[in-house]
Design a protein around this ligand. Structure first.
Ligand code: TYC
Length: 284
């Protein structure tokens, strides 16, 4: 494993910067008061199938989802991107990581969509956003249409802890990797919040089986597509296989050359996969 645990290669996630914002001409943004905080969101498209994009750790619509906001079919979908509380433009408050932070994000995400007037919607969740999506789908079966998750995990293993350690020190990340996050948070707050996230996610390893949301997986009723980059150095492939086994009727699509950021690096292929899945059965 040590071979691929160099921080440089691990952090080959290219998060996008502001430049692409201008492509999204029909994009609207706003803040909605939900559960005591003002949540920032962006919305595009006029389709009747509502889709919520859930970003990864410290992520935001700006850093994580520009190719999806730009290119997912605008006639078929109304796409909403949100910044979870304490992330991106949903600040203040500063982010904290109590043991129930994923449950809190799941509640915020569903309540945001309901407040925006969506009764039933699909979830596209990356990494931590995928964990949030799993919990949201399990807890709100009547509200969730379909779900796509990638780079996600339902538990934290020793191998995961080893990887967290390698990426702990952000000063060892490449400038290319650090920059989008530093643009959002400033260097100091980014470094501080990243360590807080690592401590927050590591606390699950203290639980039996490193449990984050294992017991919720059998409650998921919506059609679920799991996507995984076979070269993902951050999330070992036993995670998607575990999800596949425990989510009823779910499907796993492997992308042989994909790493952790498949939706950014292979955006066109990824978006097509997602659209095909969302259109299947035409039950929008
Ligand atoms: N879960 C993180 C995310 O939401 C990705 C990540 C995985 C970060 C493993 C570090 O060691 C790590 N993008």
């Amino acid at each position: 494993m040590a071979m691929f645990l160099r921080a440089g290669s691990l952090f080959n996630i290219q998060r996008t910067t502001t430049a692409m914002q201008s492509y999204c001409s029909s994009l609207t943004s706003g803040r909605q008061h939900v559960n005591g905080v003002d949540l920032y969101y962006e919305k595009t498209g006029t389709g009747k199938h509502a889709v919520l994009l859930l970003p990864g750790a410290l992520g935001s619509t700006k850093t994580d989802f520009q190719p999806q906001l730009k290119s997912l079919n605008k006639e078929l979908y109304t796409v909403v991107g949100w910044d979870p509380r304490g992330y991106g433009r949903s600040r203040p408050p500063d982010r904290d990581f109590p043991t129930d932070f994923f449950e809190r994000d799941a509640r915020d995400a569903v309540d945001l969509m309901k407040t925006l007037g969506f009764v039933k919607f699909s979830l596209l969740g990356w990494s931590d956003g995928g964990i949030t999506a799993l919990i949201a789908a399990a807890m709100n079966p009547m509200s969730i249409n379909k779900m796509v998750i990638w780079g996600s995990n339902a538990f934290v293993s020793q191998q995961d802890l080893d990887i967290y350690n390698v990426v702990r020190d952000v000063s060892r990340w490449s400038a290319k990797m650090r920059q989008p996050m530093e643009e959002v948070y400033g260097a100091e707050l980014f470094a501080k919040t990243w360590v807080a996230w690592l401590d927050g996610i590591s606390q699950f390893a203290q639980r039996p089986e490193g449990n984050i949301c294992i017991e919720l997986l059998p409650l998921i009723r919506c059609p679920t597509l799991i996507i995984h980059g076979e070269k993902d150095p951050m999330v070992p492939s036993f995670h998607p296989h575990f999800l596949l086994k425990h989510i009823q009727g779910s499907r796993l699509h492997l992308m042989p050359n994909g790493k952790h950021n498949i939706h950014l690096r292979f955006a066109e292929e990824f978006n097509k996969l997602v659209e095909d899945f969302l259109e299947e059965g035409n039950n929008n």
